[in-house]
Design a protein around this ligand. Structure first.
Ligand SMILES: CC(C)(COP(=O)(O)OP(=O)(O)OC[C@H]1O[C@@H](n2cnc3c(N)ncnc32)[C@H](O)[C@@H]1OP(=O)(O)O)[C@@H](O)C(=O)NCCC(=O)NCCS
Length: 173
């Protein structure tokens, strides 16, 4: 019988994805569509979450997302994701999107986001995930910050649930 893993380091699930941007993914100005960037962010985030949980994960939420700078056709987009902290069945993942200037060997930050994923078994039931062991100072700070963000998210989720139940009383389609 396999031994249950209670904790994993951040490095064990860190994930990266690279994309060359083609015209089909861009608007008339030649800038990548925001929705496509969100898709890439979600996919690399899911990779890290699934690696950490060693299970299927679903996206529960994506926090506020800023598009700091445009990504243009022909750009090399690099996305990096790591699990900041695991709770019971959910994990907060941080994703950073950058454009690599291959000639200057430099990275330019274009967007970043925090997403929450929930781990599921093959029957779609939530499962408990291993805890995160932060090792570096950076990882420890992200771990602490993730705890504070979870509290804020829980209040927001509660508020939205109340709004949804009020709306469902009013809206009869
Ligand atoms: C996300 C989902 C699994 C939550 O299920 P639920 O039965 O309402 O779950 P619970 O209230 O028991 O919460 C389960 C965990 O998710 C977390 N969670 C739930 N909603 C959340 C939200 N909006 N943001 C962040 N975390 C959330 C809870 O804090 C809890 O974490 P914990 O177990 O680590 O303490 C469920 O709403 C779902 O399946 N949504 C659709 C997911 C999906 O299809 N995503 C792809 C988008 S198309």
């Amino acid at each position: 019988m396999s031994e249950e893993v209670l904790a994993r380091t951040v490095c064990e699930s860190q994930s990266e994805r690279s994309e060359i941007i083609f015209p089909a993914d861009a608007n008339a100005l030649g800038n990548l569509f925001g929705g496509r960037l969100m898709q890439y962010i979600d996919l690399v985030g899911a990779m890290a979450a699934s690696r950490h949980a060693r299970a299927i994960t679903v996206t529960a939420s994506m926090d506020h997302l800023d598009f700091v700078a445009p990504v243009r056709v022909g750009d090399l987009l690099i996305l990096k994701a790591s699990v900041n902290r695991a709770f019971k069945t959910s994990m907060e993942v941080g994703v950073k999107a950058m454009v690599e200037d291959v000639r200057k060997n430099r990275l330019r930050h274009v967007s970043s986001a925090y997403l929450t994923y929930v781990a599921m078994d093959l029957d779609g039931k939530k499962i408990v995930v291993p805890q995160v062991v932060p090792e570096t100072e950076h990882q420890k700070r992200r771990y602490e910050d993730a705890g504070r963000r979870r509290e804020m998210r829980a209040e927001e989720t509660q508020r939205k649930k109340q709004i949804r139940s009020l709306l469902s009383e009013e809206w009869h389609v």
